[in-house]
Design a protein around this ligand. Structure first.
Ligand code: AMP
Length: 213
């Protein structure tokens, strides 16, 4: 089974992907994390993509296709976070015969998103995210688990976030239609809920679909 996790920036995808991995033993791929790693490691590719990433602009398909191909081994049980994001990327998956079984779509209000983004801090090592209003780290600016430094994402600035959100909404509605037309199961979850409740919902819906397969 392969799962695609879709949600606006700040909707809580990374936390849900950890929960999903723990229960369904998925291999998780976050395109955004892989791209940011290139920047942190100061590779040639990192230099090319840096400006786009920092400004919340999507990276060219040929680059993300190469990265994606380099991290999959064609076995099952992948959880894809942030790829595919467009119809052209979904078509690429069809071309390479990578089948998606479930699309989890995290729906959340813009006001909540804004609060999450404005106060979001992410650990540079573990990628675990905190919020200085309602998910506070034990030590200021340190990850509870790895002790790594907590930083704001460059692309979490308000005007960049606003453009990322508009772009997400436009591209995602086309992508969802694409999957519906091909009979892929869409699991809509209310991402305004608490993380545990969101996961409960995801887990129950997947179990239910798997049972009646
Ligand atoms: P994310 O961590 O998913 O919020 O992604 C951060 C940034 O990485 C995006 O704003 C894009 O610049 C880039 N990115 C992530 N996934 C993709 C993708 N599927 N296609 C193109 N660019 C991507």
């Amino acid at each position: 089974m392969n799962i695609l996790l879709l949600g606006a920036p700040g909707s809580g995808k990374s936390l849900q992907s950890i929960f999903i991995k723990n229960i369904f033993e998925t291999k998780n791929i976050s395109l955004g994390d892989l791209l940011r790693e290139e920047i942190n490691n100061k590779t040639a590719l990192g230099n090319i993509i840096k400006d786009k990433i920092n400004n919340g602009i999507l990276i060219d398909d040929n680059i993300v296709f190469d990265i994606f191909k380099s991290v999959i081994d064609f076995k099952n049980n992948f959880l894809l976070d942030g790829f595919p994001r467009t119809v052209s990327q979904a078509l690429f998956l069809y071309d390479i015969k990578f089948k998606i079984d479930y699309v989890i779509k995290m729906d959340i209000s813009d006001i909540i998103l804004l609060k999450r983004i404005k106060y979001r801090l992410i650990c540079s090592n573990s990628k675990i995210s905190y919020n200085i209003l309602y998910n506070i780290p034990k030590l200021k600016y340190k990850d509870d688990i790895s002790g790594g430094n907590l930083l704001s994402r460059v692309d979490d600035k308000f005007f960049i976030f606003k453009n990322r959100l508009i772009d997400y909404n436009i591209k995602t509605s086309k992508l969802i239609n694409f999957f519906i037309n091909r009979g892929i199961k869409i699991i809509n979850v209310n991402a305004n809920d608490k993380p545990d409740k969101i996961f409960e919902n995801i887990k129950n819906k997947i179990y239910c679909y798997e049972k009646f397969k």
